[in-house]
Design a protein around this ligand. Sequence first.
Ligand SMILES: *Cc1c(COP(=O)(O)O)cnc(C)c1O
Length: 360
Amino acid sequence: MTRKYNFSAGPAMLPQEVLEQAQSEMLDWNGSGMSVMEMSHRGKEYMSIAEQAEADLREVMAIPENYKVLFLQGGASQQFSAIPLNLLRGKDNADYVNTGAWSKKAIAEASRYCSANVVATSEDSNFTTIPEFSSWMLNPDAAYLHYTPNETIGGVEFNFVPESGDVPLVADMSSTILSRPIDVSKFGLIYAGAQKNIGPAGLTIVIVRDDLIGKAEKITPTLMNYEVQAKADSMYNTPPTYAWYLSGLVFQWLKKKGGLEAMAEINKRKAKKLYAAIDNSDFYKNPVDEPYRSWMNVPFTLANSELDGEFLEQAAARDLVTLKGHRSVGGMRASIYNAMPEAGVDALIEMMADFEKQYG
Ligand SMILES: *Cc1c(COP(=O)(O)O)cnc(C)c1O
């Protein structure tokens, strides 16, 4: 068996130790005589798995007590509508920052429910930077301020947390959650689809401050209502049980690895060496403004795009796969989340150098 270095943006690599543990528990979880997939979500075995996962996530992220952690379905994309429905609280507008493809989708969906005011945009730079905070046209009366800390497609990432004053700050952390420590208390709501840096697809995590819950619009579908889900411990209906369990194993893995401080150090080092390899060559290029380069998603182009196919083939021959860039950007993209071993990044850098020697 060969495990490849999979640079997919999502669903992405999972830690091998986690997969091995899941494998060893597949047929018989902890003497229960059944797999986690076959358990009632209301039984005591599964309840213990669910509770442990939440407790571990709270510990890893240092989530304050006045926040609920919800384990939902529908992906981050469903939150694009759940957020306005739950957080408008009678207001008719919210502030949005537009830094790329995922911001745009969030804005388009919110516009169905309110006026989603774009208070800052980096569209004129083709989303290769983050708009200077002092230029944001913030509305102090907005229902909330939404932004995307890491744009998965453009590979552009905030290196600061916006100051939103009394306006609740809402963050789509799908591709950056768990990559480093954050101060959860600065946010009204954090959400993330699991398939990038948490666990398998099918699970969406929402971390929401208590005072923002309970004022949903009347038309909010029951399953998207945070109050309903919080009261039901995310089990108003059958939750994505296996994805929740596997994410729990990832949280335990993170704890064993030294938590988010340790992850941040490794992630920073991985990103730094990959960007250095790009910058130190005349053959590869990354268009993003240096202070805002993503630690998680590293897009790059070749000097001659006609070599893209050959590059992908040579990479695949070394078990470096899913490097093709997003169709909207072209070129390559290496997604290097927590589960991508540093050796995978080293192998990519070596392959890039060899390729440049042949064709540069
Ligand atoms: C992947 C991604 C999404 C969409 O996630 P789904 O779970 O597929 O809905 C939204 N926002 C960001 C930043 C993403 O990376």
